[in-house]
Ligand binder design. Structure first.
Ligand SMILES: Nc1ncnc2c1ncn2[C@@H]1O[C@H](COP(=O)(O)OP(=O)(O)OP(=O)(O)O)[C@@H](O)[C@H]1O
Length: 235
């Protein structure tokens, strides 16, 4: 059984249907990328998986649990964390306070081991631990956001455009970090605008367009598919 199984999910806002019978899965050790044009429903899909939006039809299962109608605070406890595209750090808190907020659902427990684990993955954050997150660069903030999510020691991390608005050098660094997180045993489901690079590092990928599944395959298959290239990768 896959770690995450999304089956024929239909969801939207108010009367507006955005996702139509979308299905995907993520195995425990995988990096899976979702690409597609603006407005395709990629962020909506992430929000629906994380319980911020409830499907009208279809089912979502995580680690053997039916989470179709679960609330985010329960989903977090099952081992899934979500890093949204915007507003993903507390700008008026320090780096270390952000990490502590990431572990908030655990209650009053000793966080030193969790912090050490996150700082080992992001040594820069240890150096900057007393700095306000709001004073950090875009790439550093993204590391704070991912680090905070990792404080819960999740089995699956949902990342919504982790490389948005970053320079090419930082994009490469964030993808390296994501690969490192995956090597440590965390499954990754990410939405990405940097489609070629994300498919280049992902085990598998999905193309979502107009709220529907269009293509799926290994990262390499999608990169080599002329239809995917022409329509979704800029030729
Ligand atoms: N809170 C909301 N209320 C109503 N409609 C929304 C809401 N959020 C998003 N939408 C609409 O849902 C559609 C899909 O948006 P979504 O953000 O999921 O797409 P996306 O594929 O992530 O796009 P992008 O790549 O531009 O971030 C869009 O038409 C958008 O206007």
């Amino acid at each position: 059984m896959p770690l995450l199984q999304v089956d024929a999910v239909t969801a939207g806002y108010g009367d507006t249907e955005i996702l139509r019978a979308v299905s995907l899965h993520v195995e425990a050790d995988e990096v899976v990328a979702i690409i597609g044009p603006n407005g395709a429903g990629k962020s909506t899909l992430m929000k629906t998986i994380f319980g911020l939006l409830h499907p009208r039809q279809g089912t979502i299962a995580f680690d053997g649990h039916d989470i179709t109608h679960q609330a985010p605070h329960r989903i977090v406890r099952l081992g899934m964390c979500y890093v949204p595209q915007v507003a993903n750090v507390f700008t008026s808190l320090t780096v270390e306070e952000n990490l502590e907020m990431g572990a908030f659902p655990m209650g009053k427990v000793d966080l030193s081991d969790s912090k050490d684990r996150v700082y080992a993955m992001f040594p820069k954050l240890r150096q900057r631990r007393r700095q306000l997150a709001g004073k950090m660069s875009g790439g550093e903030r993204q590391m704070v956001a991912m680090g905070s999510a990792l404080m819960m020691n999740p089995r699956l991390l949902l990342l919504d455009e982790p490389t948005a608005a970053l320079s090419p050098k930082l994009v490469a660094e964030i993808f390296e970090r994501i690969a490192g997180i995956n090597d440590s045993g965390v499954g990754i489901l990410m939405v990405e605008q940097n489609a070629r690079q994300s498919l280049g590092m992902a085990h598998r990928g999905y193309v979502l367009a107009n709220g529907e599944n269009r293509h799926e395959g290994t990262g390499r298959d999608l990169l080599e598919d002329p239809n995917v290239g022409r329509l979704y990768l800029g030729g």
